[in-house]
Design a protein around this ligand. Structure first.
Ligand code: ZN
Length: 283
């Protein structure tokens, strides 16, 4: 790869730190010892843009969710834009709807905070991260650094089975578009890029893409223009064509152009608000 992985990791770490500082909120990260840091005091007060969870009571499920399932559901909800940036995640309510202890919920929230999807704010609680304009730009700068090179790598080694899997994924995106299932469209669009990282077989790249994809979804939730599409459907197909043809230069160029198109749909002048539906995530 042209870009050294260590440089990318350092760049990411640097950006994540500056992102949080610029955001103006002191963030508790990876509070391993939750007995020392309690981000959920009784006098919780939502952030101005945050929407508290509905007060309606929901019966706990018969079989409690595992930590992995809770993590997966929250992450999927972010990917599908069903949990808006700034949404408050109340530990007690999450425990109630998922049927697990508050300790397990706290473990999940700490993991999500470590990945930048959740912000743990002292004396206020846990919130779905709300990327600033600078953070949004940083996410795309990072993706432009990494993903064209990923496309080049895969086009060099792609097997026919991998190409078939990519085309199958794009067909699923197409089905979601036909059904006008926007949450599924958005999630599948993000997962397409993670799938490319999986096929390359580089664990570090894969980890980075698994963090960047949901962060991108938060950015799009906040800043996309009305009726802007997720990843343009034909661009994924064009990229697969280049990968199948083992055309490294074309694959890299297609990916770069694709990312630039997504970024061009963003409007950094406006910030939206939305209402959360926590119960729906665990229904
Ligand atoms: Zn895409």
């Amino acid at each position: 790869m042209n870009v050294c992985i260590q440089q990318i990791c350092g760049f990411l770490r640097m950006n994540m730190v500056s992102m949080r500082m610029l955001h103006g909120i002191f963030v508790y990260k990876i509070a391993r010892d939750c007995s020392i840091i309690d981000p959920f005091p009784s006098c919780e007060k939502p952030l101005s843009r945050a929407s508290a969870m509905p007060a309606s009571k929901v019966a706990a499920p018969k079989a409690p969710f595992t930590n992995e399932e809770i993590y997966g559901r929250i992450q999927k909800a972010v990917l599908e834009h069903r949990l808006a940036p700034g949404t408050k995640l109340i530990e007690e309510r999450l425990a109630e709807v998922s049927g697990v202890s508050r300790t397990k919920i706290r473990e999940v929230l700490n993991k999500l905070a470590h990945e930048g999807l959740v912000e743990l704010v002292p004396n206020r609680g846990a919130f779905i991260a709300s990327p600033s304009v600078q953070q949004a730009r940083d996410v795309f700068v990072t993706r432009r650094m990494i993903e064209p090179e990923m496309a080049r790598l895969l086009s060099r080694t792609a097997t026919s089975a991998q190409v078939r899997a990519l085309r199958k994924h794009v067909r699923q995106e197409g089905d979601a578009r036909k059904q006008n299932d926007r949450p599924a469209i958005i999630r599948l669009s993000g997962e397409f890029h993670v799938l490319i990282a999986e096929m390359i077989g580089n664990e570090i790249l894969l980890r980075m893409m698994r963090e960047l994809a949901p962060l991108t979804c938060l950015v799009i939730t906040l800043y996309d223009k009305p009726n802007a599409p997720a990843c343009p459907h034909h661009e994924h197909s064009d990229l697969i064509d280049a990968i199948e043809a083992h055309d490294e230069a074309k694959a890299a160029a297609s990916m770069l152009e694709h990312l630039q198109h997504i970024e061009a749909t963003l409007n950094f002048d406006e910030v939206k608000d939305a209402s959360p539906d926590i119960e729906a995530i665990f229904s």
